[in-house]
Design a protein around this ligand. Structure first.
Ligand code: SFD
Ligand code: AMP
Length: 626
């Protein structure tokens, strides 16, 4: 790869990703780095202004406690999160985010994010924990603040965009950097760092999406979050947690519009085609999943499950009764003029909800002549995603904060993985669900402060084995060579017995995951026999990954995205297999172990050993904090 220049960048803290957690990390790091004359470098595969999950904007901030108003306590939030995850969450991590998140939201407002206010000037709550925003430009506002903070560092603050991170760089049991490439120019990048923060988001398109054919590529979570976070920590040898806990969101059908505002703000009901509210008619089913099933609010996966039972019974389509919800709000207003004004306001809020974060759903409404105040809309369970910041939980097993973590869950630096110098936050860290955009930013802040403390304690330049770099470069760029050496073997650039293109590779992965690991097309059901078959097919895929081919830099990125997805997939299958019970029936259902078991009220962790290329599965205790 002689025509690829190698660029070496040295830094103290390396922040991988440019999303919500990365912006929080950059903002916080700038403050501490200034005091200690340290260097901070942020690397994003895209442009921070519109990268990651918040690229399109959001219409709500889903985590705000309002601690000052005395409405909620941190313990209330822990209880909520743990119940929603059927008992599986780290109290210490959830509490650490919850106790700091309000200050993050206040910063967002200071930077110009418009938050809805009532007549008394208070934030407008969507639900107990969620507040409404005019959030189309949410990411622009937050990334601008992060960039400004880095600029304040002068020579010591950098952000690099359109650089794809492919691999961690290790020195024994310590992470000392990362390697990647520009997706715009022939440049191979090596970052050498004293501490590395992995904040590269969740994973999308590991499972076959419902959107195929004409709709291919559409997904609820951003397709460009492709499993880099999990791959990076796995390959470094870090312990992972909750890799079985995928998230299956219920969304407006086909365009993935959000449901939160409808359920919580507008108090809408969802019903089957006959108009029956399945949360009422099927309430008896929830008792099987007690104590979580009988708690309020009903956990997200159980809300899904009741809906799935309706679909299986042939009672679809399932509808969000937007028309009835709006009529009910208006009917309670006695003054006719005021009622008319309110109706207009609600219509505009309904459209804004989509225009702020899922524009295609507004187009879908327009294309199908849907007026929400008159017509109900179909909703459906989507395909599975890996996103620990929402209602999933998969990610790295990290140290908690010293003052809250039980002894076995604190190892020196909050948010450090089990690998020295490697930190994780947002979708990259596990077992602390429901952090959302504000909590991810907050966790990024916590992790960056901690990582800089690690840099201060390990001030000598990170050890680096230069000899290994050439080998790494060749391996990362290999798909370009494979393509150029073999492209003339066949007369079709995409179909060639000498190589596999990333698009085909992704289709194969998605088919395996969908059919064997409980995807949407099999009603989210799987079993030992199916999982073992899926795992066998994944091993063949791993062999074929050596033959991935890229005709340009963009395809090189696609190759690596799919390698990352494949590792996310393997850790997922292995952990579902390990946990011999069904705990989240609306996310996946083990037909061979259809019930929840007390003995599995624990974390299911996994670890890939780089020395032996083997996997270890571990159970970890769930502990309460006082
Ligand atoms: O409710 C590499 N989210 C919502 N949060 C809320 O607070 N309110 C809502 O209303 C939410 N909803 C919602 C949400 C997300 C989406 C897509 C929709 C709706 C449609 C969740 C939050 O957005 C989420 O919790 C946070 O954004 C998570 O933060 P973080 O930092 O963990 O992930 P990120 O922001 O996606 O950023 C990832 C970054 O990594 C980069 N990246 N960089 C270099 N090399 C690689 N190989 C990389 N791979 C990825 C990305 O470019 C990005 O910068 S609701 O409707 O569900
Ligand atoms: P969503 O649009 O589904 O991502 O939801 C946004 C927020 O509202 C998240 O915090 C969800 O957990 C919560 N939420 C959505 N629907 C419901 C519901 N029916 N009951 C309770 N909470 C909900």
């Amino acid at each position: 790869m002689n025509n690829f220049e190698t660029v070496l960048i040295e830094t103290d803290l390396l922040i991988l990703g440019g999303g919500m957690a990365a912006c929080g990390a950059a903002f916080e790091a700038a403050h501490w780095a200034k005091q200690h004359n340290m260097k901070v470098t942020v690397v994003d595969k895209a442009a921070m202004e519109r990268s990651g999950a918040v690229a399109m904007g959001l219409s709500a901030i889903n985590l705000y406690l309002g601690l000052k108003n005395g409405k909620n306590t941190v313990q209330d939030y822990i209880n909520y999160v743990k119940t929603d995850l059927m008992g599986i969450a780290r109290d210490d991590l959830v509490a650490n985010i919850a106790r700091h998140v309000d200050s993050t939201v206040h910063l967002f407002e200071k930077w110009g994010l418009p938050i809805w206010k009532d007549d008394e000037g208070n934030y407008v709550n969507e639900g107990r924990w969620q507040i409404m925003i005019h959030g189309e430009s949410y990411k622009n506002i937050v990334s601008e603040a992060a960039k400004n903070a880095l600029k304040e560092l002068g020579e010591n603050g950098h952000y690099l965009e359109r650089i794809f991170i492919a691999e961690p760089i290790m020195d024994g049991d310590r992470c000392v950097g990362a390697a990647g490439f520009s997706v715009r120019e022939n440049k191979f990048y090596v970052f050498r760092a004293k501490a590395v923060l992995d904040v590269m988001g969740g994973a999308v398109h590991v499972f076959r999406p419902r959107s195929v054919g004409e709709g291919l590529g559409r997904s609820w979570y951003p397709p460009f979050n492709s499993g880099a976070s999990a791959y990076f920590t796995l390959k470094a040898g870090a312990e992972m947690t909750c890799q079985e806990v995928r998230f299956v969101p219920v969304r407006f059908k086909d365009s993935y519009g959000p449901v939160g505002a409808w359920f919580l703000l507008f108090k809408s009901k969802a019903t089957n085609a006959k108009g029956e509210d399945y949360m009422v008619t099927r309430a008896g089913e929830l008792e099987k999943w007690a104590p979580y099933g009988t708690a309020k609010p009903t956990p997200a996966n159980l809300r899904n499950y009741l809906m799935m039972l309706e679909v299986e019974a042939g009672n679809g389509p399932i509808y969000m009764r937007t028309d009835e919800a709006i009529k009910e709000i208006v009917a309670n207003i006695p003054d006719e003029k005021e009622a008319k004004r309110k109706l207009k306001e609600l219509e505009s809020e309904a459209w804004e909800d989509f225009l702020d974060m899922t524009i295609s759903q507004a187009l879908n409404w327009a294309a199908h002549n849907i007026s929400p105040e008159e017509t109900p809309s179909e909703i459906a369970a989507c395909e599975p995603y890996f996103i620990s910041s929402h209602s999933g939980a998969s990610g790295a097993w990290i140290s908690g904060p010293e003052d809250l973590a039980p002894a076995d869950k604190f190892w020196g630096y909050p948010n450090m993985t089990t690998i020295k110098g490697l930190f994780a936050a947002g979708d990259a860290s596990g077992a602390s669900s429901h952090k959302f955009s504000s909590g991810s930013f907050t966790e990024g802040r916590i992790a960056a402060k901690s990582a800089l403390a690690f840099c201060a304690d390990n001030a000598a330049p990170a050890p680096f084995d230069d000899a290994k770099l050439e080998e790494l470069k060749n391996r990362i760029l290999q798909p370009l060579v494979t393509f150029s050496e073999n492209k003339d073997y066949a007369n079709d650039v995409d179909v060639n017995p000498k190589f596999i293109k990333p698009r085909m590779f992704m289709f194969r992965l998605q088919k395996i995951m969908d059919e064997y690991a409980g995807g949407a097309s099999v009603g989210f059901k799987t079993s030992k026999a199916l999982l073992e078959k899926g795992l066998e097919f994944l091993q063949y895929m791993k062999e074929d990954a050596e033959k991935l081919a890229a005709s340009d830099l963009n395809e090189l990125m696609r190759c690596w995205e799919n390698i990352h997805r494949m590792w996310q997939a393997e850790s997922h299958i292995r952990t579902i297999l390990f946990r011999e019970e069904t705990r989240w029936p609306g996310y996946y259902f083990r037909t061979d172990f259809p019930e929840m078991k007390e003995e599995w009220k624990c974390f299911a962790n996994c670890k890939w050993n780089p020395e032996t290329d083997s996997w270890e599965m571990l159970k970890r205790e769930i502990e309460e904090i006082k």
